[in-house]
Design a protein around this ligand. Structure first.
Ligand SMILES: O=C(O)C1=C[C@@H](OP(=O)(O)O)[C@@H](O)[C@H](O)C1
Ligand SMILES: C=C(OP(=O)(O)O)C(=O)O
Length: 474
C-alpha cells in the first residue's frame, strides 16, 4: 500500500548497525570532481523573505530514468534533476545502450531539465561509474543483468565501502552471475546474459531501502517477476520503497505490497510515460529550516499535495522545532522568529533529513535526540560520526548513540566545517553559518551531487542575488 510518509511512534526501538570500517574522517577522502576550497557561509543579516525554486527530486528522477530505459517505447521527463547523481545515471544508461538526450523548449533552445529517453537492446561489455550515488550502484545491477554481456561497476573511493551484498546475493539467487571478489562492495562485474529468471528472494534491507527498490524496479522484466521478502530487524526509508511501488504502478506494472515487508512484482511490460518530476523536498529542507534560524519566511513553490517523498515530513518537523508551516496554492511557506526548539525525533522513514535536523538541533534552546538512523553510517560518509565530529568542533555537544545522535546546544563559534564528500553535510554547515560567524564550509562543491548551484541559491535566499536562482556556482 503506498501511503503519504508519516513519523513513527516515538516509543519505538531500533536494532544496532555495526560500526563502519574507518571513521568519517578517513572514509572517501578523494573524488574525481570535488573542489576542496572552503566557502565562507554567509550570516543572515535579518529575517528572511524569500522564495526558493527547488529543482527536481533525485530519487524520482533516477527511478523514472531506470523505468524509461526498461519501457516499451520512448518517454520524456520534464523537471528532471540535473546533478552529479542523475547525470551518472543517464551516462550509465547510455553505456547500456539507452538513448538519453536533453530535450528542447518550444523556442528550440535546450531545456536541461527535459530528458528524452529511448530504450534499445541492453548492451553489455561496458562500464558503469556510480560516483557516490546509492541510487546508481543499487538500481543498476538488476538492469545490467538484463544486458547481453559483462557490465563492470565502480565508483568513488567512498563508494567502495557502501554495502552492496544484499543486492548482489539476491540477484545471484535469481540466477545472475556476479564477480565481486567476495567483498560485497564496489567494484564488481554483473555478467548479463539477456534475461533474468526471477522468482522469490529474501533480502535484509536494514542497511538501506535501496536494496529493495533496486530489485523491484527491474523486476517486471524478469521471466518470473519477483517476490521479495525483507528479513532484517529494521526497515529504513519506507517512503522511498513506496515511491518505487508508486512509479512502477504508474508505468502499468502490477505490484502487490499488501503484506508488510513483502513485495510481489508481476512479470510484464513497463509502459512508457511522459512525466513531470516533483521538486526535491529533501533538498528544500535546509532552505525552509533557514526560516527558523534567521527568522522570517521561506517559501518553496511546487510543493506536492500528495507525495511519497520523505521530505513531506519537513513541515511537521519544522513546526515541532518552533516554526509555522502553511501550504497554499502549492506554495509551502515556513515562518520562524529565530527560536529553534529541541526535538526527540524518530527519523526511520526519512534518514536523509537527519543532517539538516541535526544542524538545527545544534542551534536549539534545548537538547535533541535523533533516533532510527543507524543506517546513516553507510550513507555518503558515516553521517553519525561526521555530524558528531563537526557539531562538537563548533562548540555543541553531539554524541553518537547506537541508532542516532544526542545533541546538546552550546556556545557555538566559527570553524572549518568538514563535509566528507557529503552534500548534506555541506548544506548543514551553511545552515549553522546563518547564525554563527566564521563557519567555512569545506568542499562546498560536493553539493553538486544533488544540488548544483547551491551557493547561489543560498545567497539569493539571503537577498544577495536573484531569488531562487539555481545557476552557476557550487
Ligand atoms: O531510494 C532512494 O532514492 C533513496 C533512499 C534512501 O536510502 P537509505 O534507505 O539507504 O537511507 C535515501 O536516504 C536516499 O537519499 C535516496
Ligand atoms: C543517502 C543519500 O544518497 P544516496 O542516494 O547516495 O544513498 C542522500 O542523498 O542523502
Amino acid at each position: 500500500m503506498s501511503t503519504q510518509p508519516t513519523l513513527p511512534d516515538p516509543t519505538s526501538e531500533h536494532a544496532e548497525t555495526p560500526a563502519r570500517a574507518g571513521s568519517a574522517q578517513s572514509a572517501g577522502l578523494t573524488t574525481r570532481t570535488d573542489d576542496v576550497r572552503a566557502w565562507d557561509a554567509p550570516v543572515a543579516a535579518g529575517p528572511l523573505d524569500a522564495s526558493v525554486v527547488v529543482p527536481g527530486s533525485k530519487s524520482l528522477t533516477n527511478r523514472l530514468l531506470v523505468l524509461a530505459a526498461l519501457a516499451d517505447g520512448p518517454s520524456v521527463l520534464d523537471g528532471a534533476l540535473r546533478s552529479r547523481d542523475t547525470d551518472l545515471m543517464a551516462q550509465a544508461l547510455r553505456a547500456l545502450g539507452v538513448d538519453v538526450r536533453v530535450g528542447e523548449r518550444s523556442d528550440g533552445t535546450d531545456d536541461p531539465a527535459r530528458l528524452e529517453i529511448t530504450p534499445g537492446p541492453l548492451r553489455g561489455d561496458t562500464e558503469v561509474d556510480c560516483g557516490l550515488a546509492g541510487t546508481v550502484m543499487r538500481f543498476l545491477p538488476a538492469v545490467a543483468a538484463l544486458a547481453d554481456g559483462p557490465v563492470r561497476f565502480d565508483g568513488d573511493e567512498g563508494a567502495r565501502v557502501r554495502p552492496m551484498r544484499p543486492v548482489l546475493d539476491a540477484l545471484r539467487g535469481l540466477g545472475v552471475r556476479i564477480d565481486d571478489g567476495g567483498r560485497g562492495t564496489l567494484p564488481f562485474t554483473v555478467h548479463g546474459h539477456g534475461a533474468v529468471r526471477g522468482g522469490a528472494v529474501d533480502v535484509d534491507a536494514s542497511g538501506s531501502s535501496q536494496f529493495v527498490s533496486g530489485l523491484l524496479l527491474a523486476a517486471a522484466r524478469f521471466d518470473q517477476g519477483l517476490r521479495l521478502r525483507h528479513v532484517g530487524p529494521t526497515l529504513p526509508s519506507l517512503p522511498h520503497i513506496d515511491m518505487t511501488v508508486r512509479v512502477l504502478r504508474a508505468a502499468g506494472v502490477a505490484v502487490d505490497d499488501s503484506r508488510p515487508g513483502i513485495w510481489e512484482v508481476a512479470p510484464g511490460r513497463i509502459e512508457a510515460r511522459d512525466l513531470v518530476v516533483e521538486p526535491d523536498l529533501s533538498n528544500a529542507a535546509p532552505f525552509l529550516a533557514a526560516a527558523l534560524v534567521a527568522g522570517g519566511t521561506v517559501r518553496v513553490p511546487g510543493w506536492p499535495t500528495a507525495t511519497t517523498q520523505p521530505g513531506a515530513l519537513v513541515p511537521e518537523i519544522l513546526e515541532r522545532m518552533g516554526g509555522h508551516a502553511t501550504l497554499s496554492d502549492g506554495v509551502l511557506a515556513v515562518t520562524g522568529d529565530g527560536t529553534v526548539r529541541g526535538i526527540d525525533l524518530d527519523l526511520t522513514p526519512a534518514g536523509e533529513l537527519a543532517p539538516t535536523i541535526a544542524a538545527l538541533a545544534a542551534l536549539a534552546d534545548s537538547p535533541s535526540r535523533l533516533r532510527g538512523i543507524a543506517h546513516l553510517r553507510w550513507h555518503e560518509t558515516d553521517r553519525l560520526a561526521a555530524l558528531a565530529s563537526e557539531l562538537t568542533r563548533l562548540g555543541a555537544r553531539c554524541e553518537e548513540t547506537r541508532d542516532g545522535l544526542v545533541i546538546t546546544p552550546g556556545a557555538l563559534h566559527g570553524t572549518t566545517f568538514r563535509t566528507y564528500h557529503d552534500h548534506r553535510m555541506a548544506t548543514s554547515g551553511a545552515l549553522v553559518g546563518l547564525r554563527v560567524p566564521g563557519v567555512a564550509v569545506e568542499n562546498v562543491g560536493t553539493t553538486a551531487k544533488t544540488l548544483p548551484g547551491f551557493t547561489d541559491m543560498w545567497t539569493a535566499m539571503l537577498g544577495a542575488g536573484p531569488q531562487g536562482a539555481g545557476g552557476a556556482g557550487a
